[in-house]
Ligand binder design. Structure first.
Ligand code: BV8
Length: 258
């Protein structure tokens, strides 16, 4: 398993794949924490990952929040401060360029950092919510925030404690978002799968839906994952290098390397 130290090894893409990418009309991208890694936002698994330092049961489950909402808010505020310092990287920018090229283009992300929106993508399905939104599970109030709160845990006007509007383990994903993501996965001609360990479901089932519907799956990751076992192409390397190189090969034919 690579340690991610190598530079991009974007192998020259098969001409058929390049042609497919040039002619495609419906394209989706599924992203995970790896697409934001080079913006300085830690990933969850692998060396230095979040779950190596923190106990997901205390910080990313309803039971953990019920037990200590202040601890959970402190963790999300720490991540909010990291995200405020972050900028979209060249992988986000390449994905934003794709949206302008393809008639139907959907970003499906597991990330809650909002960097795809900041990179200019407009059709973004946030499977696990957004760190800049909070909600009340009693009266379903929803509130956007633009910076970490002064007082935590925040209290709703109904008196209940407000929570981050994210999906924790054991919680169902928003039905409308998951339905849209499933539809996009089953109808697209190509799905890029970028920077995800493909361990967390139901997100990890989406590329299988593409494959089973006759679509082409192109993985971009530092290391092999379950997606690698069935992807049409699996490119090893940093998303911020591989994706711009790949996109250049698609839009500038002369750059295509045999
Ligand atoms: C659900 C919160 C139905 C938001 C997250 C027992 C009880 C209940 C449920 C389950 C259970 N057992 C299993 C489940 C299902 C569970 C699950 O899948 N568990 C896994 C661990 C087996 N799923 C759920 O609970 C989901 N809900 O199933 O509802 C239900 C309801 C009730 C009861 C049963 C079922 C909810 C899942 C959402 C959990 N929320 N986070 C937040 O705070 O962020 S999960 C967390 O993992 C994040 O959301 C993250 O996005 C997600 C996936 O991780 P990745 O994005 O893939 O990140 P990771 O670090 O793992 O990988 C990064 C990859 O990038 C690596 O491969 C690395 O090599 C690569 N990389 C790194 N740098 C780069 C790079 N690649 C390219 N370039 C680079 N530079």
């Amino acid at each position: 398993m690579s340690d991610g130290s190598e530079t991009s090894t974007a192998q020259p893409l098969d001409e058929k794949i390049i042609e497919l990418l040039r002619k495609a009309k419906r394209v989706s991208v599924l992203t995970g924490a790896g697409v934001s890694a080079e913006s300085g936002i830690p990933t969850f698994r692998g060396a230095g990952g979040i779950w190596a330092k923190y106990d997901y049961r205390k910080l990313a489950t309803p039971a953990g929040f019920a037990e200590d909402p202040e601890l959970v808010w402190e963790w999300y505020q720490l991540r909010q401060r990291e995200i405020m310092k972050a900028r979209p990287n060249r992988a986000h920018e390449a994905i934003s360029l794709m949206e302008r090229y393809y008639p139907e283009f959907t970003v499906i992300t597991q990330n809650i950092d909002g960097l795809h929106h900041r990179a200019g993508n407009s059709t973004v399905l946030e499977l696990h919510g957004n760190i800049w939104r909070m909600r009340c599970d009693r009266d379903h109030a929803l509130m956007d925030i633009s910076e970490p709160l002064d007082h935590i845990p925040p209290i709703c006007q109904c008196g209940s404690i407000l929570r981050p509007d994210v999906v924790w383990f054991g919680e169902s994903l928003p039905t409308d978002v998951l339905d849209a993501a499933s539809r996009s996965a089953s109808e697209c001609e190509v799905m890029f799968v970028v920077g995800t360990s493909a361990i967390v479901y139901p997100a990890a089932a989406l590329p299988v839906l593409t494959k089973n519907s006759g679509g082409c799956v192109i993985e971009v990751n530092l290391e092999p994952t379950d997606v690698t076992t069935y992807a049409d192409v699996s490119l090893r390397g940093r998303a911020s290098e591989v994706l711009p190189e790949l996109w250049t090969a698609v839009v500038n034919p002369e750059s295509f390397i045999k």
